[in-house]
Design a protein around this ligand. Structure first.
Ligand code: AQP
Length: 329
């Protein structure tokens, strides 16, 4: 029998997870759980590359784990753990650092975007992609389901692994590949369709958090910017509408073409009203599961503790193999 494909992906506990995280990543993790060997991680060491309030960070770590479970990750089928509970991530990251070029990291667009306009930027933010490479490579990962914004980082992980393999032997690291769904790979901000929807974005009207209640969702969608014109059409010249149609399509599980056809002759107001209801209904089961998890915080803590234990032998085997190969055995 063929060995199951190993899947690894992570999410930062850097604020309220939003529908971009869900459509671009978490729902695909949940949908692909069957028949694969899945590992999902709350990547808290990534979150501290920008300043965090310690108490909020602690709360966000648990909250992010709850979101992952509520959105469909089954701890019986997938390993779920917190990155800083496994010290192997930071140790492998150091080894990978010594095999990564400064020039490669300087080309990473997320670093440029997040550092833009800031007076000081941490070395951690610059080095973030190497830690991400360590997260992925530590688990002999075949597939990394991510949103489009993370593609460049997974490509870098492939390059680093390839370089290490050509130097120390091709069985040192497994070369992973990004798996990115075409639809919804980059959900854009509701207030500026040129920017991606992000947890750390300033205005809270720019994103819909998975915890937002029905009235908040309705208000945010009503306020969402639209393009010039009044017809419901999909096209590159209508980026705001294309984004709203993508969100509609994801939650209604309906093709964009069919939605456009149905709204022929109808205006933005009606479309937005319906979109809000589609999102409210789509998030309802996730929010119901979140309520259950809120009432049972001990459960999530236990899932994470078990997950860190299950991840341990995989992580230590890979780290040990790499150390042996490079002469640190
Ligand atoms: N707007 C998005 N559309 C589609 N997918 C997205 N992802 C993030 N934003 C979008 C995907 O969600 C997963 C987890 O992302 P992350 O938390 O690790 O980091 P991020 O990409 O930097 O996400 P945010 O929400 O923008 O957080 P902040 O503001 O803290 O940086 C990844 O697979 C990502 O591709």
């Amino acid at each position: 029998m063929d060995k199951k494909k190993r899947v690894f992906s992570g999410i930062q506990p850097s604020g309220s997870a939003h529908i971009g995280n869900y459509i671009g990543a978490i729902r695909n993790w949940a949908a692909g759980q069957e028949g694969k060997d899945n590992i999902f991680c709350v990547v808290d060491l990534h979150a501290i590359t920008v300043p965090q309030d310690p108490k909020e960070l602690e709360e966000n770590i648990l909250e992010t784990a709850k979101i992952i479970i509520a959105a469909g990750i089954d701890p019986e089928k997938s390993i779920l753990f917190v990155q800083s509970d496994r010290p192997e991530h930071a140790e492998l990251a150091w080894i990978l650092n010594c095999h990564t070029q400064m020039g490669e990291l300087s080309r990473m667009t997320q670093y440029k975007e997040k550092g833009e306009g800031k007076q000081s930027v941490s070395a951690g933010l610059f080095d973030y992609p190497v830690l991400m490479a360590a997260d992925i490579l530590l688990y002999d990962t075949d597939e990394v389901p991510v949103g489009d914004d993370q593609k460049q980082h997974v490509e870098l992980a492939r390059d680093i692994a390839g370089r290490i393999n050509s130097r120390y032997g091709k069985d040192t690291l497994v070369i992973p590949k990004p798996t990115i769904k075409k639809e919804g790979a980059r959900i854009m901000s509701l207030s500026d369709p040129k920017k991606k929807m992000a947890k750390s974005a300033k205005g809270e009207n720019s994103y819909i958090a998975l915890r937002d209640d029905a009235d908040t969702i309705r208000r945010k969608i009503k306020k969402a910017v639209t393009d010039s014109g009044s017809e419901i059409v999909y096209g590159k010249d209508k980026p705001a509408l294309a984004n709203l149609l993508t969100i509609y399509s994801a939650f209604a599980d309906e093709k964009i073409q069919d939605i456009v056809e149905r709204y022929k002759g109808k205006g933005y107001a009606e479309f937005k009203q319906d979109l809000a209801e589609v999102v409210v209904q789509g998030l309802a089961p996730i929010q119901a599961r979140l309520d259950d998890l809120d009432n049972d915080p001990g459960y999530v803590v236990k899932v994470l503790a078990d997950g860190a234990q299950k991840a341990a032998p995989i992580a230590s085997a890979t780290l040990g193999r790499v150390k042996n190969k490079i002469g640190l055995g």
